[in-house]
Design a protein around this ligand. Structure first.
Ligand code: 5GP
Ligand code: 5GP
Length: 226
């Protein structure tokens, strides 16, 4: 009887630890890039940043901590508010690689603040605010998705391309299979909106995705110009 009780206490203690660890940690990141042409070519439309029309290139949406079961933590630390002075050395690169296209026109600060507070605070034990944004910028440079697609003859010219062809081209270019998210243009055509790749918990290395988001593209999707 005494034996059983101490066993039970040990099991309970271990379970508590497991719950604590799970609530503080995460298993991997999604690194998500958006195609500006598809963000704009939709019912919601877009507004160019105050600094002008962004380059015709994929841009960063976010670096999102995720669990292997497909769920994800969010808004993990209300105390850790976004502080632009911590990323002043990164701002000009962020304006180029992480522009905000939502309306009204902005300088990106509110988009970056949203991404930090919703997602970045959940990987704070590994990446502080500066390193969180710096990691995302480095990841974008590590995989030039537009060049990889162009090399495979897949260009942002309003034509339709097979979803499998897009995935295969990226797998060939970076060594890992991406997840492709589509949105629809105002006429309801499915188009290439976002590309997800997976990153280990250090925020530096691409990995095979442990789990993919759910969603639906057509088997052939449009790649609009921008
Ligand atoms: P939506 O509902 O438009 O797919 O996603 C809205 C927002 O929820 C995303 O921009 C992102 O902040 C978050 N989100 C959606 N799916 C995932 C996911 O699979 N993992 C994580 N970490 N965040 C997600
Ligand atoms: P998430 O979907 O990651 O939760 O965050 C998207 C939020 O950021 C939305 O509130 C959206 O209005 C805002 N946002 C600002 N600029 C952009 C942009 O360029 N792309 C996307 N997808 N969302 C943006």
């Amino acid at each position: 009887m005494k034996h059983n009780l101490s066993f039970l206490i040990k099991v309970l203690a271990l379970q508590c630890l497991a719950v604590l660890c799970a609530s503080q940690g995460f298993d991997f990141f999604y690194f998500v890039q958006q195609w500006p042409g598809s963000y704009c070519d939709s019912k919601q439309g877009c507004c160019y940043p105050r600094t002008g029309k962004p380059a015709s290139d994929f841009s960063i949406h976010g670096l999102w901590p995720n669990y292997n079961d497909g769920s994800y933590p969010s808004n993990c630390d209300p105390e850790a508010q976004f502080n632009p002075s911590q990323i002043s050395d990164l701002t000009s690169r962020m304006q180029k690689d992480w522009p905000s296209l939502s309306c009204p026109s902005s300088d990106g600060l509110s988009f970056w603040s949203h991404e930090w507070e919703k997602h970045g605070t959940c990987s704070e034990s590994i990446l502080d605010q500066h390193d969180y944004f710096a990691s995302a910028l480095l990841l974008k440079r590590q995989s030039n998705l537009l060049q990889i697609l162009k090399n495979a003859g897949i260009q942002p010219n309003g034509q339709y391309y097979s979803l499998d062809g897009i995935k295969a081209a990226i797998r060939g270019g970076i060594g890992y299979t991406p997840y492709i998210e589509c949105n629809v243009d105002p006429s309801g055509n499915s188009q290439l909106y976002q590309i997800y790749v997976c990153v280990d918990t250090s925020g530096s290395n691409l990995i095979e995705c442990p789990v993919l988001p759910r969603g639906k593209c057509g088997s052939r999707i449009e790649f609009p110009s921008f």
